[in-house]
Design a protein around this ligand. Structure first.
Ligand code: AGP
Length: 610
């Protein structure tokens, strides 16, 4: 997954493009580049492998003048992250340049055909076929038509930006499968993969739909489908300000986003629960009649979203008495699924662009199921293709390790479960109101935990030298154990496994010794005693235990000195509290080890390739 930015106006394009790229760096950061058309109509291209700071260095030494340009930050899929493979890619005569996010699956056949037609390729990328195809068609057709003809030949996913020397007043964008937005300004217009790149300049955003093309001039824009027919759409005003996308004084976006959670959950609950304790889902379009008729639920998601879904399974089964199944999207999409029109499929995704989950959504719809997307990114592909949407309103999540989006997904799942229990009349309204009352107390309890985050940081630093960790939990906190382990793995690179504590005796207990860190999630619950006996088994084998327990639990102190206390909370809602110390443990261990917490190696914020 890559980041695209484009600008047409009267300001120097290079500064706007560079700033935009930096705000998209979380989308991919193995190489970058930009092309700017000068007033004398020369196309100047600068590219650099590595972080955007490398490109910034080159541009400082060789400034690019001009008010029309496109730029790109890359997450390599085809062709190693080298100078040559960095975008933009130019045609044979450096007349046309293209930046691209996505994968062209049929690029090899297109490439060999173009080589036969004497086109000269400079890179190993799939992207380069696009610019040579445009070059080929532009010989006989105007630029926009050449772009449309090209796009019709492409298989796979793409969002592109195109400029050409012979069209100095035009910036073209198009998408199919990968996200692309337009920013509308005064006497200037922008193209971007994501809002943070351009929010500093405009909050009027136009979302491109599937198979659409936009022709931008500095004071106008035209939206068309791939047949050239005009498309009418109103821009959306984005309430986020650029500051939200910046660190607000925290050392890392991840720490900022961990500390944003109480406010995010509070806003979400205020937004979703009316004065008279009604649960409101404005954008949820699946008819009530259907919600009453579903015979089972299937949850589909990846990574952290999958862990939120697993908590959702426990909640939905215990509140709605509906059989609820869950699968990771990459397995769901290839299974012989037993779902049909009586199935409600929940797809959960922060980005709304995760390829496996999108494929799962399309599989489910193909089998007649209704799909409700729980998603954080306004206008993302998943929200456009689902039958209903519940936005998690966590704001832009920049840290690759998902934190606030996870708790917002949990809150959305609790609300949806109580809502569905009410719609299906399987839980008395008074009990639902009681739960909503408890849910409304969660943000204050999260604030309480964050007040003591320095103590959790000390515990983390005392354990940062351990070579591997086990995370144990039971019942609704088994998914919390999985999430705690994932957080540690993805930002500190320490091997860690989350386990249902009851499984310990069936194998993992063999791992326990004084060199193993073991995080035991044991708040007051109906399985508390079972957790205590697990902790005793680990204690007797010298495992180094960090326990997460409920305030006032003195007994657990006899088994370990390392106890992180949580405010009192019902077991059902406890995953919303338990995850904060798990996120902070992983964060401070990774920082202690000098890891790049916001951009961990080998990871991207959203995985738009299979
Ligand atoms: C979580 O910290 C990771 N970034 C990753 O596991 C992520 O949750 C997964 O890729 C799903 O992304 P999505 O929510 O955008 O679909």
């Amino acid at each position: 997954m890559c980041g695209i930015v484009g600008y047409i106006g009267d300001k120097p394009a290079k500064d706007i493009l560079l700033a935009g790229l930096k705000r998209l760096e979380y989308r991919g950061y193995d190489s970058s580049g930009m092309a700017v058309l000068s007033a004398k109509q020369t196309l100047n291209i600068k590219k650099a492998p590595g972080k955007i700071s490398a490109l910034e260095h080159i541009i400082k030494a060789n400034p690019l003048s001009g008010c029309l340009g496109i730029a790109h930050t890359r997450w390599a899929t085809h062709g190693a992250p080298t100078q040559n493979n960095a975008h933009p890619h130019a045609d044979c005569k450096n007349n046309i340049v293209v930046v691209h996010n996505g994968i062209i699956e049929n690029f090899e056949s297109l490439r060999s055909r173009l080589i036969k037609e004497k086109h000269f390729f400079r890179s190993q990328t799939d992207t380069e076929v696009i610019v040579h195809l445009i070059e080929k068609f532009h010989k006989n057709f105007p630029l926009t038509e050449a772009v449309r003809k090209t796009l019709k030949l492409l298989k796979g996913s793409f969002a592109i930006g195109v400029i050409a020397r012979d069209n100095p007043d035009m910036l073209i964008g198009a998408r199919s499968g990968s996200p692309l937005i337009v920013g509308l300004g005064e006497g200037e217009n922008f193209l971007a993969s994501d809002a943070p790149a351009i929010l500093e300049y405009t909050k009027e955003i136009l979302f491109l739909e599937e198979k659409e093309i936009v022709i931008l001039k500095k004071d106008s824009y035209q939206l068309q489908n791939l047949d050239g027919r005009p498309v009418k759409r109103r821009p959306v005003h984005i309430g986020w300000d650029i500051a939200q996308a910046q660190k607000q004084g925290y050392k890392h976006f991840m720490l900022k986003e961990i500390n944003e959670q109480p406010a995010i959950i509070e806003n979400l609950l205020n937004f979703r629960i009316s004065k008279n304790k009604e649960i409101i889902f404005q954008e949820q379009k699946i008819p009530l009649r259907k919600l009453k008729e579903f015979r089972n639920i299937f949850i589909v998601a990846c990574g952290t979203a999958y862990h939120a879904g697993l908590v959702g399974k426990y909640i939905l089964e215990s509140t709605c008495c509906l059989p609820t199944h869950i699968d990771v999207s990459s397995e769901f999409r290839y299974r012989d699924l037993l779902i049909d029109k009586h199935t409600l499929v929940l797809t959960i995704s922060q980005s709304g662009e995760t390829a496996d989950t999108l494929a799962g959504l399309r599989e489910a719809k193909a089998r007649g199921a209704s799909v409700l997307a729980i998603c954080n990114v306004l206008g993302s592909t998943m929200t456009r293709e689902a039958d209903g949407v519940i936005y998690t309103h966590a704001g832009p999540e920049i840290g690759v390790a998902s934190t606030k989006a996870y708790t917002a997904q949990l809150a959305a799942l609790y609300l949806f479960a109580f809502y569905l229990a009410g719609v299906r009349k399987v839980m008395p309204p008074a009990q639902i109101r009681k739960f909503l009352g408890e849910l409304k107390k969660i943000p204050a309890k999260q604030k309480e935990i964050l007040k003591h985050q320095e103590r959790i940081a000390k515990t983390a630093r005392r354990h940062s030298h351990f070579g591997s960790f086990l995370y144990l939990g039971r019942n609704v906190n088994f998914p919390s154990a999985l999430e705690g382990a994932l957080k540690l793995k993805e930002i500190s690179y320490i091997p860690a496994e989350g386990y249902a504590a009851g499984e310990m005796k069936h194998g993992p207990i063999a791992l326990i010794d004084e060199y193993r860190g073991v995080v035991c999630i044991s708040p007051r619950s109906k399985v508390y005693e079972k957790m205590i006996s697990n902790i005793q088994e680990i204690h007797s084998r010298h495992g180094k235990i960090i326990a997460i327990a409920t305030a006032g639990d003195v007994m657990i102190k006899e088994l370990t000195r390392e106890v992180i206390y949580l405010p009192v909370c019902s077991e059902l809602l406890s995953p919303l509290l338990v995850v904060l110390p798990l996120q902070l443990l992983a964060y401070h261990i990774a920082v202690k080890r000098g890891c790049d917490v916001d951009q961990p190696r080998n990871l991207a914020k959203s995985v738009t390739v299979e």
